[in-house]
Design a protein around this ligand. Structure first.
Ligand SMILES: NC(=O)c1ccc[n+]([C@@H]2O[C@H](COP(=O)([O-])OP(=O)(O)OC[C@H]3O[C@@H](n4cnc5c(N)ncnc54)[C@H](O)[C@@H]3O)[C@@H](O)[C@H]2O)c1
Length: 309
């Protein structure tokens, strides 16, 4: 694949740092545009997560500042627009309506318009399944963000892939999950691992760079969920033989470990339809409940990302 310069707004955050590592491995140059560097972000969360440092280019700037963007968007092949306040900031009431609008709506408009002015056609917009909560602070800004994406795809013939991941805060984000088992309890409800979200972004970039797809002046909008062992039939007849029986069918050897660890085997996960994402991107999520249970068995409640020292 030709080597490209990939511009990542908010590239020092959880998803951006993960992507930097993957992009570097593929020989691309990640150009991180963020208020803080990846190293500062990694030190901030005190983790030993994949940090994506290496041959990245870091540009300190804000998507709310048009001049910053104009200066930074030089010799860029693909924009991946990540920076946003998200669900956790609404949930914890850390950001108000002005802040959500300024970053997620004005910032998104700035990134699209600056990319257009720089002649960039290939664009990945990170939206969210929270568009279903359009009356929420966060959900509303993503609905408007998707509308901006639609207009730029239509009016300016940009190739836009809008990804809608469900929640993917990673297990090593110790600001949100103090240890692996807390994350695991959340993941068990139905979720996607950050590695799979990163896979969907990488496959989107590949499609934009060298894939065959007729965008027809509209964004390609795709839902991103994780991997599940359960079938549609399992979900339809959930625990019809008693609480925990569906879990036991797939994870029998882990049943006692799950209960001792505080996981609820009777919990029925919500699973999203990702058939279009599979078909168009060849997206194949890998991290499932089985992966989680194997990590739990191997590393215990602190998980594989326990702090060093
Ligand atoms: N984390 C989730 O569970 C989840 C789920 C669905 C969708 N999303 C979407 O994914 C994206 C971010 O995910 P993440 O988990 O990597 O978030 P994150 O909070 O870890 O990273 C966001 C990054 O944006 C940067 N940023 C903030 N303001 C900025 C500005 N003005 N200019 C430039 N950079 C700025 C921050 O410094 C940070 O590094 C968002 O678009 C979010 O809506 C997240």
């Amino acid at each position: 694949m030709p080597q490209k310069r990939i511009f990542l707004t908010g590239g020092s955050g959880d998803l951006g740092r993960y992507l930097c590592r993957s992009l570097l491995g593929m020989g691309h140059t990640p150009v991180v545009f963020d208020l803080r560097s990846p190293e500062e972000a990694s030190a901030h969360s005190g983790d030993n997560a994949p940090d994506g440092t290496g041959e990245i280019e870091f540009i300190r700037g804000s998507i709310t500042d048009r001049e910053d963007l104009k200066t930074a968007l030089k010799n860029i092949d693909v924009v991946v627009h990540i920076a946003a306040w998200h669900g956790i900031h609404e949930h914890k009431q850390e950001k108000d309506a002005w802040q959500f609008w300024d970053l997620n709506v004005n910032g998104t408009f700035n990134v699209f318009e600056s990319a257009r002015q720089a002649g960039i056609k290939d664009f990945v917009f990170i939206s969210s399944t929270s568009i279903d909560e359009r009356f929420g602070l966060y959900g509303h800004t993503k609905v408007v963000g998707e509308e901006i994406a639609t207009v730029y795809a239509h009016r300016h013939d940009m190739k836009v892939i809008t990804l809608r991941p469900r929640a993917f805060i990673p297990p090593y984000n110790t600001e949100v999950y103090s240890q692996f088992i807390d994350w695991a309890k959340w993941f068990a409800k139905g979720a996607v691992h950050i590695s799979d979200v990163a896979q969907s972004v990488i496959k989107s970039i590949e499609l934009l760079i060298e894939g065959e797809y007729d965008f027809e002046n509209a964004p390609l909008t795709l839902t991103v969920d994780g991997a599940y062992e359960y079938s549609a039939e399992d979900l339809a007849a959930w625990d019809s033989d008693g609480p925990g029986t569906t879990f036991r069918k797939y994870y029998g050897p882990f049943y006692d470990l799950a209960v001792e660890s505080g996981l609820d085997p009777a919990l029925k996960p919500s699973i999203l339809d990702i058939s279009k994402t599979r078909e168009v991107l060849n997206y194949r999520p890998l991290y499932s409940m089985k992966t989680l249970l194997l990590e739990l068995k191997t590393y215990g409640a602190v998980g594989p990302y326990a702090r060093r020292g």
